[in-house]
Design a protein around this ligand. Structure first.
Ligand SMILES: [Zn+2]
Length: 149
């Protein structure tokens, strides 16, 4: 598996965007969440209740991150998934800020902050990826795989 095999995106294809470039490309909320490790208000984003099928892509670089197939209603107020779209699509990093011990989830390609992962999700993974809707862009043209064979 080489990186060249990944789905072609419309993004810049590089990870070295400057802060100024991100500011131009993103809304203030998207910038705050993805580049400044922000957290949107619970229940504030329409993706929390989104039911359409598709692929949730990184709002920064377009990388496919989470399929609607793995989305579930966690009741927390943020879009929640039990698994990333593919192995290596997100990176996980220990986060000890705010005196809490959490695992931060980032886009593996552009390092956008997405949210956190907790070990209290449903089967089959037992993981709960608690993701800011502002970090995602739903692509309904590309079903997550289920039923598209
Ligand atoms: Zn990204």
């Amino acid at each position: 598996m080489s990186k060249a095999d990944k789905i072609e995106t419309t993004g810049p294809g590089k990870t070295a965007n400057s802060e100024a470039e991100w500011r131009k490309k993103l809304t203030p909320e998207q910038f705050h969440v993805t580049r400044e490790h922000g957290t949107e208000r619970a229940f504030s984003h329409p993706y929390n209740k989104e039911k359409r099928e598709g692929m949730y892509r990184c709002v920064c670089c377009g990388e496919p991150l989470f399929s609607s197939d793995t989305k579930f209603d966690s009741g927390t107020g943020w879009p929640s998934f039990y698994a990333p779209a593919g192995e290596g699509s997100v990176s996980e990093k220990e986060d000890r800020s705010f005196l809490m011990h959490r695992t931060e989830v980032r886009c593996a390609k552009c390092e956008a902050h997405l949210g956190h992962v907790f070990p209290d999700g449903p089967e089959p993974t037992g993981a709960r990826y608690c993701i800011n809707g502002a970090a995602l862009e739903l692509d309904t043209d590309e079903p997550g795989g289920k039923g598209s064979l």
